[in-house]
Design a binder for this molecule. Structure first.
Ligand SMILES: NC(=O)c1ccc[n+]([C@@H]2O[C@H](COP(=O)([O-])OP(=O)(O)OC[C@H]3O[C@@H](n4cnc5c(N)ncnc54)[C@H](O)[C@@H]3O)[C@@H](O)[C@H]2O)c1
Ligand SMILES: [Zn+2]
Length: 350
């Protein structure tokens, strides 16, 4: 990790190597950072309508003043647009504008923009370079690392995609100030997950005021280590699914009216409480951890019974044969996988 003029750089060494820059004022200087990484003629900004209104102009100006020809594709915000139709329209836009293999894409927005623009970049002309400028807390701490790109099908979320690493990621922490509270809290739901996985993040949670630049840096650095050890999600990367088995169940039961981040926060409470019930962590330790996490973001009330959740968990995609894999908390920074018989799941999630 390198620090200069309040910009932190984290190098990700996956199948390809790329820097993630974190700090204030990165958007205004996007063009000059991108120029150092991509020798393109044209850059296509892909963004959604909300982010477009607030941030596109700054990025466009910075790209133009660094000599790039700038094109822009804007689509309506929201997960509902992360589909084959939008994907197809993006590809056609690139083709019509004669974007070539040496040109580049800038994904400016939250996880929806990042996942889709990344998938477009991975497939258009069999792959062109792209840069992520994540603008939500969730996309900065989660989707900016790891190179997962995807679109949804009616049959399910993220069913089509690729592992495709960007050339550069710019996490401008200033942009987090315009997030609606509920979108910010979605990101905090994942941050709470990192606080249990990483002692460093937990320590930051213990401080009175959560410094966002530090939070983003520590979460990204944690995910970087995990991704470097297991880029293609065979083993260690599973840890990042802490709380996600009950969370997916809750999302599904709510017919997706409860957002992912909120469901993750609820899922973490369920796992933590049951880790204490099963004596994997001591009661006092449970109380202490819960108090620290709640101090930064409390889970909203979970409207479902444990019986409903267990039933929905049994249908989780992480299940194989009659076993289900569940991550339990043995302490801060000590999360372990338990392979459980489906018939035993009730005992684990009470
Ligand atoms: N690739 C990965 O590893 C990965 C990881 C986690 C999540 N995801 C995906 O990310 C998506 C969710 O991402 P998200 O939570 O960022 O949602 P999102 O992209 O839908 O953004 C949420 C809302 O915030 C608005 N917004 C974005 N930045 C803003 C800003 N700075 N100021 C004001 N408004 C802003 C957007 O227009 C949108 O309305 C899901 O599709 C999920 O599958 C991918
Ligand atoms: Zn998640």
């Amino acid at each position: 990790m390198k620090n200069s003029e309040n910009i932190t750089t984290i190098m990700v060494k996956a199948s390809s190597k790329y820097p993630i820059k974190i700090g204030s004022g990165l958007i205004e200087n996007a063009g000059s950072y991108i120029k150092q990484k991509i020798s393109a003629q044209k850059i296509v900004i892909i963004t959604d309508d909300i982010v477009d209104k607030i941030y596109s102009r700054k990025v466009e100006q910075s790209l133009s003043s660094n000599g790039f020809e700038v094109l822009k594709y804007v689509f309506e915000n929201g997960e509902e647009r992360k589909n084959l139709t939008t994907y197809g329209q993006m590809l056609k836009f690139l083709a019509k504008n004669q974007v070539t293999r040496t040109d580049g894409i800038v994904a400016l927005g939250g996880g929806v923009v990042g996942d889709m623009a990344g998938f477009v970049a991975s497939t258009f002309l069999r792959g062109i370079k792209y840069v992520q400028i994540p603008t939500t807390l969730l996309s900065q701490i989660d989707s900016s690392v790891g190179g997962k790109t995807a679109i949804d099908l009616k049959e399910g979320k993220n069913l089509v995609g690729a592992f495709y690493q960007p050339s550069l990621v710019l996490c401008d922490t200033d942009v987090l100030s315009t997030l609606p509270k509920s979108v910010f809290d979605d990101g905090m739901g994942e941050a709470v997950k990192y606080a249990l996985l990483s002692k460093k993040v937990f320590k930051l949670f213990e401080s009175e005021k959560l410094e966002l630049g530090k939070l983003v840096t520590l979460c990204i650095d944690y995910k970087r280590q995990v991704v470097e050890a297991d880029e293609f999600e065979k083993n260690k990367r599973k840890l990042l699914n802490l709380g996600h088995t009950p969370a997916h169940a809750i999302e599904k039961l709510s017919k997706y009216t409860i957002s992912h981040g909120k469901a993750v926060r609820m899922g973490i409470d369920i796992i933590l409480k049951n880790s204490a019930t099963l004596n994997l962590i001591k009661k006092e330790e449970y109380v202490r951890i819960k108090e620290i996490l709640d101090g930064k973001l409390r889970a909203e009330e979970n409207p479902f019974t444990m019986e409903q959740i267990v039933k929905a968990c049994a249908q989780d995609k992480k299940r194989s044969a009659n076993k289900i894999s569940l991550l339990m908390v043995h302490g801060v920074g000590n999360v372990k996988e338990h392979k459980i018989d489906i018939s035993n799941l009730k005992g684990y999630l009470r």
